[in-house]
Write a protein that binds this ligand. Sequence first.
Ligand SMILES: Cc1cc2nc3c(=O)[nH]c(=O)nc-3n(C[C@H](O)[C@H](O)[C@H](O)COP(=O)(O)OP(=O)(O)OC[C@H]3O[C@@H](n4cnc5c(N)ncnc54)[C@H](O)[C@@H]3O)c2cc1C
Length: 402
Amino acid sequence: MANSSNPPRKALIIGCGIAGPAAALFLKRAGIDSVIYEEDKHTDDYAGLFLNLARNGMHVLRELGLDERVRQEGIALHMMKMISGKGKLLGNVGQLSGEPQGYTIKRGILHKVLREEALRQGVSIEYGRKLKGIETNEPGRVKASFEDGTVVSGNFLVGCDGLHSRVRRIVMPTAPAPSYTGLINFGGFVQSSKIPYERGIQTMVFGKRAFFGYLVSNAEEVYWFGNMNFPGAPSRRDLQSIPQAEWRRTINSLYANDIAPLPEIVNSTKDEIGVFPIYDMPPLPEWHNKSVVLVGDAVHATSPSAGQGASLALEDALVLAKCIRDIPDVEVAFSEFQKLRRRRVERIVQYSRSIGQRKHATNPVQVFFRDLMLPLFLKSVNKDSHGWMYDYKLDWSEKTAL
Ligand SMILES: Cc1cc2nc3c(=O)[nH]c(=O)nc-3n(C[C@H](O)[C@H](O)[C@H](O)COP(=O)(O)OP(=O)(O)OC[C@H]3O[C@@H](n4cnc5c(N)ncnc54)[C@H](O)[C@@H]3O)c2cc1C
């Protein structure tokens, strides 16, 4: 076990998505050097669709001095306007004045902003390193081996390797597996000046057969996404193996009877339509084992309906580094990290799953009742304002009290 006379100095970080570079940056502030190991062979600034970085995630980026870049590159999201597939207004969530609920940004751009800052601050990122094994036999030391034969060692390892975390499967072999929500998410981008939009508003359509959301950037690029039921528990690869032409047919038919401009947006999408299965994580009994700790989606992946997964990964990175900075024994620091984070993230995972289910109706009777009940639900959402989720502020300078 590392103690005050032998403080941890080097972290191995697995995964360079959102949690990985953020953890490296906060650990650096805490005086700990990290190397990030990423399985992808190279960076791709166009990978993935887009995500909403909520106000609480923006607070963490502000602490890293990166919020301004996200403001410049993203679309400020103030309000969500909910309408039925027939065009009837069901309600609004949020308000046009004041601080936005968040910023919608292309995933690749957010990755780039975090990665570039990590590199600028001297963090090494090694690509093409797919984690294979972990050894924790020696207290205060950890060894990681990769599929290409490389072996590295450090004082502790942070698993930032996402939903299907290999780190989790190695160090917690009996931990529950990700749970499929029964829904898939699809979406894309369209360059068009013809789609009507109001600045700062994301339109959410509770269509007759499926849900659809879109918003438009200042450069008149439409960012759109939808959800539908999909059987089994598909992997991303399973969905990608279905030809694009088939996805287009399926998605077109889903929205064929909904108001304009839904079919037009789908039809005008020239580039690939991205398709993702939606999973979340059941609560894990432990988030750490010996010199290994999990953060972000690896430990508490949440479905995207609440738009919180990336923000929670950023919050984790800050809290973990603070615990390691303030608590000399690294395993005690991991326990404290788990204690400080568990309640909040589990509440959000639950909340997000419940909205995903509410969005969904598969037959006309369900559609009728959903559209009847939604205005009441949206009123209650507005009244609550979800300050507990969005206005959560972490303070790097505050000492972690044990
Ligand atoms: C369709 C969809 C929409 C979403 N929308 C939103 C949204 O609007 N708002 C929001 O906040 N969140 C959203 N999310 C969730 C958000 O993307 C995640 O919560 C966030 O990316 C978690 O960050 P992470 O760093 O923990 O994991 P990831 O971003 O998944 O990064 C994990 C990294 O680890 C690497 N890796 C994996 N295995 C290995 C290995 N064996 N060895 C080495 N490297 C490895 C991966 O290549 C990847 O780079 C959405 C998710 C999906 C699927």
